[in-house]
Write a protein that binds this ligand. Structure first.
Ligand code: NAD
Length: 357
């Protein structure tokens, strides 16, 4: 059955990089029987300019009806002074919230050809391939009560609530175990169970869910140790699962091990593996419209879409292999260029991936 994909290019370099991902998907439609119908719409500043809001209701409806959403990036200088309620980022937040995207998957993959781009020694990071699964709609970022109050002695006190219910932990654990089953079957659950009761329960629930995945080797690690191990010996990790706040911090740390923001994909999934896929970087207004951006993070996001929402693991691998081939050929956009390589434009990079397919 034909799957529907909503393409939301957004602002800045968004339209340039999504155009290259669409090129790659179209190639697979032509040659590999990929059965998808793509429709494009506006989000972010581009939507504000036309509709006066960063996401029109009809676009939201299209996202609900689609099998997956592929997004470029939103934001830019032009919209920075708008009222916060209609800023471009609000369009993204509405999509995440209304689509119920509770699982954020951020791979930190370092193609061996780019090992010199990392700040860590090449032998520590070459071939790095970690998937961080972060709970996205719960935990301390959303817990109630929260606020800043004034105590009887006149001193102000800020407070937040770190709360997870069993069902929230269960559903993110299942996403992580299922991802581990598709990879090297190793899962590290990150918590602070020695200090926080919430994560003591998190650990127990993960162990319960583990019984359903006997092939997956499970380890628990305190978050402070995890932060250290990521820098010391990052290749020990396959899939990591953790709550919203720890995941926010660890996924940024892990992504920087790779040293190249233009290479990092992401997926946010709902309970039925329907998802929104986007590069981890922003709209890069400083290079927008110059055909300079690296489209590979967006093309890798399209690969994740094939893997997690469209049931075509084979084509996801095919895209990843094609990118590896292009890097072997020494082709690089400016952000990942190094001595001895050939610098190419955004569209030339997309063309090279299509040719490698
Ligand atoms: P950014 O990620 O857009 O850019 C940071 C730096 O990385 C810039 O120098 C940029 O040129 C470079 N860069 C980013 N992506 C690149 C790519 N694919 N190829 C080559 N170079 C790339 O972050 P920023 O400058 O902090 O934010 C710019 C705008 O993007 C802001 O409006 C911000 O709100 C928005 N933003 C959007 C998202 C999103 O849509 N998910 C995420 C982060 C920031």
């Amino acid at each position: 059955m034909t799957k529907n994909v909503l393409i939301l290019p957004g602002d800045g370099i968004g339209p340039e990089i999504t155009a290259e991902a669409v090129k790659v998907l179209n190639k697979l439609v032509e040659t590999d029987g990929l059965d998808i119908a793509m429709e494009e719409d506006l989000v972010g500043g581009a939507a504000y300019d036309v509709h006066g809001v960063p996401l029109a209701d009809e676009t939201m409806d299209k996202a609900h009806n689609a099998d997956a959403v592929l997004l470029g990036a939103v934001g830019g200088y032009k919209w920075e002074s708008l009222d916060i309620s209609v800023r471009p980022e609000k369009g993204l937040l509405r999509l995440r919230k209304e689509m119920g995207l509770f699982a954020n998957l951020r791979p930190a993959v370092l193609f061996p050809q780019l090992a010199s781009a990392s700040t860590l020694k090449p032998e520590i990071v070459a071939g790095l391939d970690i998937l961080i699964v972060r709970e996205l709609t719960g935990g301390i970022y959303f817990g109630q009560p929260r606020g800043i109050r004034t105590l009887e002695n006149g001193e102000r006190q800020g407070y937040n609530t770190y709360v997870y219910s069993e069902s929230e932990v269960k559903r993110i654990a299942h996403v992580a175990f299922q991802a581990a089953m598709k990879r090297n079957k190793k899962l590290t659950s990150v918590d602070k169970a020695n200090v926080l009761e919430v994560t003591e329960m998190w650990r127990e629930v993960v162990d319960e869910v583990a019984k359903e995945y006997p092939e997956v080797e499970v380890k628990h690690m305190y978050v402070d140790n995890a932060a250290m191990q990521l820098v010391l010996n990052p290749k020990q990790f396959d899939v990591m699962v953790t709550g919203n706040m720890f995941g926010d911090i660890l996924s940024d740390e892990a992504s920087m091990l790779t040293g190249s923001i233009g290479m990092l994909a992401s997926a946010s999934l709902d309970e039925n593996n329907k998802g929104m896929y986007e590069p981890s970087h922003g709209s890069a207004p400083d290079i927008a419209g110059q055909n300079k951006a690296n489209p590979l993070a967006t093309i890798l996001s399209a690969a994740m879409m094939l893997r997690y929402s469209l049931g075509r693991e084979d084509l996801a691998v095919k895209i990843e292999d094609a990118i590896s081939k292009v890097l072997d050929q020494g082709l690089r956009t400016g952000d990942i260029w190094s001595e001895g390589c050939t610098q190419v434009t955004c569209s030339e990079m997309g063309d090279a991936v299509v040719a490698a397919l």
